[in-house]
Ligand binder design. Structure first.
Ligand code: BES
Ligand code: MN
Ligand code: ZN
Length: 498
């Protein structure tokens, strides 16, 4: 989708979106169109239940007197209450209605929203966010659909946001567009099937970021064996695919600034291993690399917009398969930290690979903070549904910042407790710990396990099992791989560490 910005003027063709505030208050462009069309908008409003509330839409097809082939009224509600994400939603909804409608171009006329009030969004911010929402909504993954009818394919190719603040809006959009590219990469990686997106292919996707100036290293199994990563290697040992650890570094800050570290779970397919999962729904486990996918997309976003921060992304890439060489329940593995783990359930594999990846990351990079992302537990879906990712942290400041960034981007996180009592649940009779802690508090005991591999660094664990994939579309998040976390963490970096 091509997103552009122009001065505030009516288009000669295509679709036109105009704004209507609460109580059927036509904004200036809507008023002008209403006048040019001899009251077509007013008549349409009177014939309907449209009131100008946020989220309401009303389309007038083929009105006489304007160039546009259709005029879409967008309800904005109270103008002073509009947030960045509200404007993204509006842009996204417009694209949702038009993408396969046959319409090729869309102009969103954005009248000044900020006049008469000091607080709230600037018009440049508002316009850029409409464009951002439009872009995020345009994502499709259709590379494997060879038989789609032409009427099912997208027709819309361009969105123009028409605003007096077009020069500033274009500049703001510059950065947001790069974040959208990161989100799209994450969605692509997560949606690819596991026969394509193997650990090696995912490592290649990391290497691809070299062209943006990211330094990339990929460790082989042999290298990891020398480093003592027995926990990670145990998970991958049943697979014909070689396990990898990819390390990405973006140096946008000063030489001596400590980096921010992000670690991702990249299980390219999780059968459960010998503790095999039931058949129903197992196909979903192609997106068990969602944490890694987010870290790769985040690195793309940060490098793309040349973030002024030093950032390292580490992704642990394995396939969890049953086979004659697979790890067995009861096996004891030694992690890079030296701690031993009794593998009670081979399906609790994410924490095993993260244990070594996190130990490596904090030891090598001494980061300012370390945040890990993982589709770690089914239990987090039971706890929080699909509204919030679960957050576990040893640091109040970091978790406060994550909460705020999540609210701002509407990629929300909810903090859950950690504590000694939970930690006792993973005590083992024959090793330093077990990899599972029984049925109670499954997401917490998983986090407790991870914490045993965190030294004195501010750390947060995000369990994104409910967030990485969606069966339902939202205005700026089509169904499928969501790209959750890229925007959240880009915002965290932007607001607090640049
Ligand atoms: N990848 C799964 C968690 C998961 C489940 C992600 C559903 C997305 C949707 C993870 O590796 C797993 O299997 N966890 C087990 C842990 C259990 C064995 C302690 C689970 O949640 O059942
Ligand atoms: Mn599993
Ligand atoms: Zn898993």
């Amino acid at each position: 989708m091509k997103i552009s910005f122009s001065d505030l003027k009516l288009p000669r063709s295509g679709a036109l979106v105009v704004g209507v505030a609460e109580k059927k208050t036509l904004l200036p462009t809507a008023k002008l169109v209403d006048k040019n069309t001899d009251g077509a908008l007013t008549r349409a409003i009177e014939a309907s239940r449209f009131e100008g509330k946020k989220g309401q839409w009303l389309t007038v097809m083929g009105p006489k007197g304007v160039g546009a082939g259709r005029v879409m009224l967008c309800g904005l509600g109270e103008l002073a209450k509009l947030s960045e994400t509200d404007l993204q939603t509006a842009g996204g909804e417009a694209v949702g209605k038009l993408l396969t409608s046959g319409e090729k171009s869309l102009t969103v006329a954005l009248d000044p929203l900020s006049s008469g009030r000091k607080k709230g969004l600037g018009d440049d911010q508002a316009a850029a966010n409409v464009g951002y929402g439009a872009m995020l909504a345009s994502y499709r993954f259709d590379k494997y659909a060879t038989k789609k009818k032409s009427t099912e394919l997208p027709s819309l190719t361009g969105v123009t946001v028409a605003t007096k603040a077009h020069t500033a809006a274009r500049r703001v959009y510059g950065g947001l567009g790069k974040v959208a590219e990161g989100v799209f990469l994450t969605r692509d990686l997560v949606t690819e099937p596991a026969n394509v997106m193997t650990p090696s292919k995912l490592a290649d996707a990391c290497r691809d970021l070299k062209k943006l100036g990211v330094k990339v290293e990929v460790l082989s199994e042999e290298r990891m064996r020398k480093l003592g990563m027995g926990a990670l290697l145990g998970v991958g040992q049943g697979s014909a695919e070689e396990s990898k650890l990819a390390i990405m570094q973006w140096q946008g800050g000063t030489q001596r600034q400590k980096p921010l570290a992000f670690v991702g779970k990249g299980v390219t397919f999780d059968t459960g291993g010998i503790s095999i999962k039931p058949a129903a729904g197992m196909e979903e486990m192609k997106w068990d690399m969602g944490g890694a996918g987010t870290v790769v997309g985040l690195m793309k976003a940060l490098a793309g917009r040349k973030a002024k921060a030093n950032v390292v992304g580490v992704v642990a890439l394995v396939e969890n398969m049953p086979s004659g060489r697979a790890q067995r329940p009861g096996d004891v593995v030694t992690s890079m930290s030296g701690q031993t783990i009794e593998v009670i359930n081979t399906d609790a594999e994410g924490r095993l690979i993260l244990a070594d990846a996190m130990w490596y990351t904090q030891g090598r990079f001494k980061p300012q903070f370390m945040i890990d992302l993982a589709t770690l537990t089914g239990a987090i879906i039971i706890s929080l549904g699909h509204e919030y990712a679960g957050m576990f942290s040893n640091d109040d400041e970091l978790s406060e910042r994550l909460s705020k960034a999540g609210e701002a981007e509407q990629e929300k996180v909810w903090r859950l407790p950690l504590g000694e009592a939970y930690d006792k649940q993973i005590k083992s009779d024959i090793a330093d710990m077990m990899n599972v802690g029984g049925r109670a508090a499954g997401s917490i005991t998983a986090a407790q396990f991870l914490q045993r591999f965190v030294n004195d660094v501010p750390w947060a664990h995000l369990d994104i099992a409910a967030m990485a994939w969606s069966k339902k579309s939202k205005p700026t998040v089509p169904k499928g791989g969501t790209g959750y976390g890229v925007r959240l963490l880009d915002r965290l970096v932007r607001d607090y560490y640049e």
